[in-house]
Design a protein around this ligand. Structure first.
Ligand code: ADP
Ligand code: ZN
Length: 512
């Protein structure tokens, strides 16, 4: 076996391993099964590419995305590593199989669907494998945010090669998902290696959304370098790109609905530019090597904390200061909850709901954002980081328990089908036609809120929706979520952040 440090220097051109790489590579070289949880940019590929060269035989790399495989193969070949893939997009499959059989490949990339076919099993049976790498290993877990049943079936292949070290890799796995991956892939608990998740140069800010176009414009005026704006739909990505371009800043759109050539050109333009903004759906970002992204903004909530971390992690890969700004609205959470109920199979709803609640807690916290993020990934960070919105400008919080209880009571008394507008009218004693028509002027909650309390109803409802104490239907009608009872019974206080005065003044002056 060749000396790993020598390979590191001679093939990869690096002087030292970074972070946990040495530990991960050491285990693989020793033939041990390993799960490496390493944030994006931490250098996962090297963890299997180097042992592929140091050990006899070919390394199998299971990877879910053809585009990702082809990127990896290009950069491996640039280093002189012999790599190929067997996918529907490869017309030279017969030649690749020949090279594999002849022992002329260091790396063979394959999608899980193909890895599980009898044809592939025949190809590899009796072959000498250096290791089996399972990239994006969170796909094996139903708790993960991107479950793929084909990953589950990999166990058969793995167990046919019991003596070949397995290396599962993922950037995004909470505690539960990690345990599941270990279990599903037959990796012992001591094989779990977790890299530090903190990205100290990224400043996290999370703000309510009102006019997102104007908000983005204001933000971009303060961040001149390359930026990515994640939009919740293709349509919005296009509109945001147009809006930004209209204000004089070069901008492009990127989403799966664009022609491949257009997508590639936009991506190439963005990678080459020092000021361009890419307005994109989450289809954008994987496998893109642009270290100088200064801003990642979200025009709506991401799917989960894992997605948020991964998407914001594309900022500041060069280590220089970068911004991550999320604009959110209560309707984002209401829509996400509805999507879970209508589109997610019953057995996975609880997990999805839990993930959404974790995201809501990040959005709603008046404490340090980084601390919430890092705790989510199993770390024990300090209470404050000094580089997030809440640490830099601690929000004042106010106790709104009483208002929350009045709002919940009003929702209950009106049979939990009206929106915050109507409930405000009822609580404010507004004697309008709709209120009278439903007989809501005769309810005990009619007119029980003071003007000060009425002004708080919107932010309080937003908070309660994010915390799943209230749920909004497609028309904004509010009903109880699981968190409602504890508040009504007085077991739980409700506090919300009031926007810091500076922010309010800035908003006021920009309107003038
Ligand atoms: P990941 O897959 O974890 O997101 P990559 O494997 O793409 O990360 O690596 C991210 C970047 O870090 C690449 O540009 C890679 O060349 C670089 N890199 C990896 N390992 C090292 C190292 N030991 N020293 C310096 N740079 C490294
Ligand atoms: Zn902080």
């Amino acid at each position: 076996m060749t000396d790993p440090h020598q390979i590191l220097r001679n093939v990869f051109g690096f002087n030292d391993f970074r972070g946990v790489q040495a530990e991960v590579v050491g285990r693989v070289l020793a033939g041990e099964h390993t799960l490496a949880v390493m944030p994006t940019g931490a250098g996962k590929s090297l963890c299997y590419q180097l042992p592929a060269l140091a050990r006899a035989g070919t390394a199998l790399v299971v990877s879910p995305l053809i585009a990702l495989m082809h990127d990896q193969i290009r950069s491996a070949e640039a280093l002189g590593i012999r790599a190929a893939s067997l996918t529907s997009a490869d017309s030279d499959r017969a030649e690749v199989e020949r090279r594999f059989r002849a022992g002329e490949l260091d790396l063979l990339y394959v999608a899980p669907e193909r890895a599980n076919t009898p044809g592939f099993q025949r190809l590899v049976s009796g072959a000498r494998l250096a290791l089996i790498a399972i990239d994006e290993a969170h796909c094996v877990s139903e708790w993960g945010h991107d479950f793929r049943p084909d990953y589950r079936q990999l166990r058969g292949l793995l167990d046919r090669f019991r003596d070949v070290p397995r290396l599962a890799l993922t950037a995004t796995a909470d505690q539960r998902t990690r345990e599941d991956i270990l279990d599903q892939l037959g990796i012992p608990a001591e094989g779990l290696i977790v890299a530090g998740f903190d990205r100290p140069n990224i400043r996290y800010s999370i703000r309510p959304r009102d006019q997102v176009g104007a908000q983005l414009k204001g933000l971009l005026a303060t961040v001149p370098g390359p930026g990515i704006v994640y939009a919740p739909s293709r349509d919005k990505a296009e509109r945001i790109a147009e809006g930004i371009a209209g204000s004089g800043r070069p901008a492009r759109a990127y989403h799966a609905g664009l022609e491949p050539q257009v997508r590639q050109r936009n991506q190439a333009d963005f990678v080459a530019s020092e000021e361009m903004v890419m307005a994109a759906t989450v289809a954008f970002g994987m496998g893109i090597d642009k270290p100088d992204v200064r801003l990642v903004a979200h025009a709506g909530i991401p799917k989960s904390i894992e997605s948020y971390y991964q998407e914001t992690g594309r900022a500041g890969r060069d280590g220089d200061p970068a911004e991550a700004v999320l604009f959110w609205s209560a309707s984002d959470f209401a829509n996400a909850r509805r999507r879970i109920e209508t589109e997610v199979p019953a057995e996975r709803q609880a997990g999805e709901r839990e993930r959404l609640n974790a995201l809501a807690a990040l959005v709603e916290t008046a404490g340090c954002r980084r601390a919430v993020l890092l705790r989510h990934f199993g770390e024990t960070p300090p209470e404050t980081c000094g580089n997030c919105d809440n640490c830099l400008e601690p929000p004042q919080t106010i106790d709104v328990t009483e208002v929350a209880r009045k709002l919940l009571s009003a929702a209950f008394r009106t049979e939990m089908r009206f929106g915050v507008g109507h409930l405000t009218a009822v609580l404010g004693g507004d004697d309008n036609e709709k209120v009278r028509g439903f007989g809501h002027d005769r309810l005990s909650v009619f007119g029980i809120c003071s003007p000060d309390e009425l002004a708080l109803l919107k932010p309080v409802s937003r908070h309660l929706i994010a915390a799943d104490a209230l749920r909004a239907d497609a028309y904004g009608g509010l009903s109880f979520g699981p968190g409602a009872k504890a508040i009504l019974k007085g077991e739980k206080d409700v506090r919300i952040a009031v926007p810091p005065p500076r922010q309010r003044r800035r908003r006021g002056s920009s309107e003038a």
